[in-house]
Design a protein around this ligand. Structure first.
Ligand code: AMP
Length: 207
């Protein structure tokens, strides 16, 4: 089972990928997490791109993803969250005989995206993600809201840049995967439970 989680920033790719990974016992590979790990290394080349909301150059991303997908745990499949984000990245998968079964396209309105991204916070202890705008009542009482941290690139000016980058460089992949017959459109304007159920029913009918 080789699945891509696709959609604009804030569509919920990371959250739904967790559920898919658990259900199918496959690794969840988030290229955003890989890039964030890279930024911790001294003199990291990726930091300037990420902090401005720009895409990391294709050659760097291909190397990072290629290394990750070559590990043993990917033999039975994977859910790849955040890659490809450009046509050359999609071509890279094809050229390396990485044949994807489904592209889960999370469709979400722009107002929802901004709401979700600007309210997104992480608990630094557990790394769990919460949302002050859309899931405020689901934050457990033992979690201190003041200790939650915001991603640098979830600040409003960077959010706007990321959305523009998505439209210009990533959205063309919708047509690309539509033509390949791999696109599975999912209404992601609903609560997470509903989104996950829609994905599971699509995956079960088509596998
Ligand atoms: P994400 O957490 O998926 O929103 O990714 C955070 C940031 O990591 C993005 O804004 C990019 O700077 C970088 N990034 C993640 N995946 C890719 C990719 N496939 N291509 C280029 N840059 C990426």
């Amino acid at each position: 089972m080789k699945i891509l989680a696709f959609g604009p920033p804030g569509a919920g790719k990371g959250s739904v990928s967790e559920y898919i990974a658990k259900k199918y016992a496959i690794p969840h590979i988030s290229t955003g997490d890989i890039v964030r790990e890279e930024t911790k290394k001294e003199g990291s080349k990726v930091t300037p791109y990420m902090s401005k909301g720009q895409l990391v150059p294709d050659t760097i991303m291909m190397e990072l993803v290629g290394e990750r997908l070559s590990r043993d745990d990917c033999e039975k499949g994977f859910i790849l969250d955040g890659f490809p984000r450009t046509i050359p990245q999609a071509e890279y998968l094809k050229e390396h005989n990485i044949h994807v079964d489904h592209v889960i396209n999370l469709q979400v309105g722009e107002e929802n995206v901004v709401d979700r991204l600007s309210g997104r916070r992480m608990d630094p202890k557990t790394r769990k993600i919460y949302n002050l705008n859309t899931m405020a009542d689901e934050i457990p009482p033992e979690v201190d809201k003041n200790s939650l941290v915001q991603r640098e690139d979830d600040k409003p000016e960077v959010i706007r840049k990321r959305l523009t980058v998505y439209k210009e460089q990533t959205e063309p992949l919708v047509d690309y995967y539509e033509k390949e017959g791999l696109l599975r459109n999912i209404d992601a304007n609903q609560p997470l439970d509903g989104v996950v159920q829609s994905i599971f029913s699509v995956l079960e009918n088509k596998t």
